[in-house]
Design a protein around this ligand. Structure first.
Ligand code: PEP
Length: 250
């Protein structure tokens, strides 16, 4: 097992003053952290602030979405190159809050995945099923299909050194995290699916768990064989809780 990775997803929270306090708390509390990579994904307008505060620290930064197009007449969109311009190294792709509210197709998500990589950004691809799909027992089929759109167009090798985050939709922001067994079983499925086509890619990709991660459930989740860390929403807005989650990972 390699280094764990913990990613903060601030969603649409923050302002210059609050971010300054939160980032400074991250810096102070996490500077001694070893064996764990930490990333904070901020809203676009704060990429410059993240860059100026986090450069030369052990915390990387990223965005929460990107355009599937490289450049052109796409009003309101933000390209991979623009994100990279602010020193970012990661970008979240296909978060269910976007996929549902902004009708993002699996095809668009696949294009964004390779667009990110083409510009030196590590994609954090979110996959996951709804509660109805889990109750119907079709969760692996659903997640498998989300991965297949990328695999069938670009091959399994694109998963090398990428990040996939298993985020059951019923667990996001609900306080109801998946159990460590539920998460491990899906993570094993995801890694196995990629490994069938490309063993090296499967071994080098990180598979995070996201969905109501907190300092308590992180203890059970992060010891599982195929759980390489977490994508953290709500608890990342609290520096103490986020630090505790990072320390569990470490
Ligand atoms: C998320 O935003 O990806 C997430 C998992 O949120 P939360 O931790 O609040 O459930």
């Amino acid at each position: 097992m390699g280094k764990k990775l913990v990613v903060a997803n601030w969603k649409m929270h923050g302002n210059m003053a609050e971010n300054k306090r939160l980032l400074q708390a991250y810096i102070n509390q996490l500077s001694s952290l070893k064996n764990t990579d930490v990333v904070v994904c901020v809203p676009y307008p704060y990429l410059a602030q993240a860059q100026s505060m986090l450069q030369n620290t052990n915390i990387a930064w990223g965005a929460q979405n990107l355009s599937k197009d490289a450049v052109g007449a796409h009003t309101g969109e933000v390209s991979a190159a623009m994100i990279k311009d602010f020193g970012a190294s990661y970008v979240i792709i296909g978060h269910s809050e976007r996929a549902t509210a902004y009708c993002e197709s699996d095809e668009n998500i696949a294009t964004k995945f390779v667009q990110a990589q083409a510009h030196g950004l590590t994609p954090i691809l979110c996959v996951g099923e709804t509660l109805i799909e889990r109750e119907a027992g079709v969760m692996q089929m659903v997640v498998g299909k989300q991965l297949d759109t990328i695999i069938s167009t670009y091959g399994a090798a694109v998963f090398a050194k990428s990040v996939v985050s298993y985020e059951p939709i019923w667990a996001i922001g609900t306080g109801l995290a998946a159990s460590s067994d539920q998460a491990q079983s899906m993570h094993e499925f995801i890694r196995g699916k990629v490994a069938m086509l490309d063993k090296e890619a499967a071994a080098s990709m990180k598979i995070l768990y996201g969905g109501s991660v907190n300092p308590q459930n992180a203890v059970q989740l992060f010891v599982m064989q195929d759980i390489d860390g977490g994508l953290v929403g709500k608890c990342s807005l609290n520096a103490q809780e986020f630090e505790q989650i990072c320390r569990v990972a470490a």
